[in-house]
Ligand binder design. Structure first.
Ligand code: 13P
Length: 280
């Protein structure tokens, strides 16, 4: 069933676990992630960046793929379709209008007043349609579609302002994580995470899940993180599956065989992350 993220993240906060957001890049990944989550009977968030939406053909295409797979595969777990790093009001509106159940407005590149203004506009529109909203503050750098060279951590004061002035449902504070591969070891600011959790009664989100070790992921959950995003790790695993297959099957040209040679690897990562995040 397609749902917004409100209940699943509130439940996660109460139960001291986190829900995984896996980013999707095509039809096949979406199918693999849904099948694995269904098998594990767990709530799941499918994140889609603006770049992936463009690649897949548009907001309506993405919605139709997810909605149709949920129906045709008989998926009966809770599935949230979430816009990852929406950069403008128009982009967020397109996602809401297409049927996405949750969106992220990432106005973190703007000064705090402008971040608040844009985020609030998005919240007003999304909430009027029953869609949940995530917002970001501080700067998460890395290699996603939203390329920022610099990175800086969110301050407690700014996080409180953004949450209280906008009414967002969950907050992604930049606290040392990066998108893509880490240059060295991740250095997460658990202390600010903990303080935010004490001061703000909303679920916190950790971006850049790739490369963060199991113990740090678990520690983040104890500090209030209820949603953790993974993308790069799936990309690396899937590409390895394809390369291995192509190297030993040079004469195969059926795209179904080639593309699905990454299925096992994707499903393995999904299973492993869900195990870690479920905190059992
Ligand atoms: P990684 O690509 O580092 O796993 O991060 C994904 C992410 O945070 C998407 O918003």
């Amino acid at each position: 069933m397609l749902v917004n993220a409100e209940k699943m993240l509130k439940d996660a906060k109460k139960g001291k676990y986190a829900v995984a957001q896996f980013n999707i890049n095509n039809l096949e990944w979406t199918k693999y992630i849904l099948e694995e989550a269904q098998e594990l009977e767990t709530d799941i968030i499918l994140g889609v960046s603006e770049g992936a939406i463009k690649y897949m053909g548009g907001y309506n295409v993405v919605f139709s793929i997810v909605d149709s797979l949920v129906k045709d595969l008989g998926i009966n777990i809770n599935v949230c379709l979430h816009l990852d790093h929406g950069s403008t009001f128009e982009s967020c509106k397109k996602a809401v209008d297409a049927g996405f159940t949750s969106i992220m407005i990432d106005a973190s590149k703007y000064p705090i007043e402008d971040n608040i203004k844009l985020t609030k506009e998005v919240v007003d529109y999304a909430h009027s349609k029953g869609v949940t909203v995530e917002a970001e503050i501080g700067r998460i750098s890395g290699t996603e579609d939203n390329l920022y060279d610099e990175k800086y951590n969110a301050s407690l004061e700014e996080c409180i302002l953004l949450v209280t002035k906008t009414g967002i449902d969950f907050l992604a504070p930049a606290l040392g994580s990066v998108h893509g591969l880490y240059n060295g070891e991740p250095n997460l600011d658990f202390s600010t995470m903990k303080q935010l959790n004490q001061k703000l009664n909303i679920p916190l989100v950790l971006h850049g899940g790739t490369g963060i070790c199991e113990s740090d992921l678990k520690k983040a959950i104890t500090c209030g993180i209820c949603k953790i995003n993974f993308n790069t790790e799936l990309q690396i695993a899937w590409t390895k599956g394809i390369k291995d297959f192509m190297n030993s099957n040079e004469n195969i040209y059926d795209p179904r065989k080639i593309i699905s040679s990454g299925e096992k690897n994707i499903k393995q990562i999904v299973r492993e992350k869900i195990r870690i995040l479920s905190n059992k």
